[in-house]
Design a protein around this ligand. Structure first.
Ligand SMILES: [Mn+2]
Length: 443
């Protein structure tokens, strides 16, 4: 195996390789993953791109690939790495096959070889243990520019917004001080190769992920569709005396029954005073008659997220006061959704939201920004001041929070920006008082 990989690298250096255009894989999505890698290489403009997949999990839960590695390969295998060589357009995959002693427990896993290369449209696959020696071969005689992904990897429900401050605090802790996995890789590469320039591909990756391809849009629609089925079950089942976790569990069950495997974020199910806690995730309280439930919960599908909030009366009927405030918010939310189109920014939409809510008497009652980008991560990275473009996806989620009334209301939809305006992916989930009450009245 080692000799084969080294010979392959020698071939690259001599520029004697066959064109990759002749390759054809049996998995149609493999071609899209390959073209994403090619696009990244083009944007990087030379040098070696080295990207690490997620490591084997420490718990007994199914493996989940990090978003960037999945975006570029579709491969779900612990401990994989890829090396992309823009000069010559060569894609190398490195794998840590399951040891034979563990195959009976974990299954065979993905092994290096022609089958894997054909399936995933890589030019060569090798053992991960060969990677350091191969890098030395590649870099030894060439311009040592390395492109690494230096932003912390996102896995599952992890989002950069929340992960970054956790890692910062860890670095500042005198009893800890650990660098991130990415910073550590940068250090290791700098120790292995003298005079190395390291560049960060995170901004390029963020830019690519921001605009959803047709297949990504279809996956987001699917996530929204199963989310809607879950919400239908939640609204039918909701009744006084239910625990918050039971409402979340119903949504989760309906999603799993339809092939959604992971939460894009843990459900937030706040009844009564808990409706005021923006990221309340304990979900342990019993909802009592007359109370509002703010439920921010949705399904993921195949590494794409959905994000929905609905606020409903646990008894099935809004009180007069709840209805008045709810309708004020709904009017603003619907007006803002109608404003979504290419050219406008999330910041501009947020300013409009604050202005409209202030006019209705809710100045100081909003607690958060209007929305965020969404995609593989529920909060996809992106610039809130940049104009929206077709193919981008965002949430619109204004909220009103009145502490002294123990009342929090938020209404949130996942919106795809189109050429001419928007497609509200979650429009099918009841949102008007009439529709919510009708959905809750059914058996
Ligand atoms: Mn959201």
């Amino acid at each position: 195996m080692r000799a084969g990989c080294l010979r392959f690298i020698a071939g690259i250096l001599a520029a004697l390789l066959i064109s990759s255009a002749a390759l054809a894989g049996p998995d149609p999505s493999a071609a899209e993953y390959r073209s994403r890698r090619e696009s990244l290489m083009k944007q990087a403009g030379g040098g070696v791109i080295l990207l690490m997949g997620a490591e084997k999990r420490l718990d007994l839960a199914p493996f989940r690939q990090n978003n960037v590695f999945f975006y570029l390969s579709g491969i779900e295998e612990p401990g994989a790495a890829m090396v992309l060589l823009p000069d010559g357009n060569k894609h190398l995959l490195f794998l840590k096959p399951t040891p034979e002693s563990l195959e009976a427990w974990e299954g065979p896993g993905l092994k290096p070889g022609p089958e894997t290369e054909k399936l995933h449209l890589f030019d060569k696959s090798c053992l991960y243990s060969e990677l350091p020696a191969l890098l030395a071969e590649i870099v030894g005689k060439k311009d040592p520019i390395f492109h690494l992904h230096l932003a912390p990897e996102e896995i599952g429900a992890a989002i950069t917004d929340t992960v970054t401050p956790i890692f910062e605090a860890r670095k500042e802790d005198m009893l800890d001080g650990r660098p991130t996995r990415e910073e550590n890789l940068r250090t290791q590469i700098s120790l292995m190769f003298a005079n190395t320039t390291v560049k960060d591909v995170s901004p390029l990756m963020n830019g690519m992920r921001a605009v959803k391809s047709a297949s990504e849009q279809a996956t987001m629609r699917k996530a929204a569709e199963i989310t809607a089925a879950g919400w239908d079950a939640v609204l039918r089942a909701a009744a006084p005396g239910m625990y918050e976790y039971q409402l979340g569990s119903i949504l989760g069950h309906e999603c799993r029954m339809r092939g959604g495997q992971d939460w894009p974020y843990w459900p937030i199910v706040g009844s009564g005073p808990n409706s005021l806690i923006l990221h309340y995730m304990k979900n342990i309280r019993k909802a009592s008659a007359g109370e509002i439930v703010l439920m921010d919960a949705a399904c993921g599908f195949s590494y794409m997220s959905c994000d929905v909030t609905r606020t409903f009366p646990i008894s099935g009927k809004f009180s007069e006061e709840q209805a008045r405030i709810y309708n004020d918010l709904l009017e603003v939310q619907e007006a803002l959704v109608a404003e979504v189109k290419p050219g406008i920014s999330l910041s501009a939409l947020h300013a409009k939201s604050e202005e409209m809510l202030a006019k209705k008497g809710y100045k100081g009652r909003t607690r958060h920004f209007l929305g965020h980008y969404i995609g593989m991560a529920v909060h996809d990275p992106g610039d809130y001041n940049a104009p929206l473009a077709p193919g981008m996806a965002i949430t619109i989620e204004p909220g009103i929070y009145i502490q002294e009334k123990s009342l929090g209301i938020r209404i949130e939809d996942t919106i795809l920006v189109t050429e001419t305006g928007r497609e509200n992916l979650t429009a099918g989930i009841p949102k008007t008082i009439k529709d919510i009450e009708a959905a809750m009245a059914r058996d």
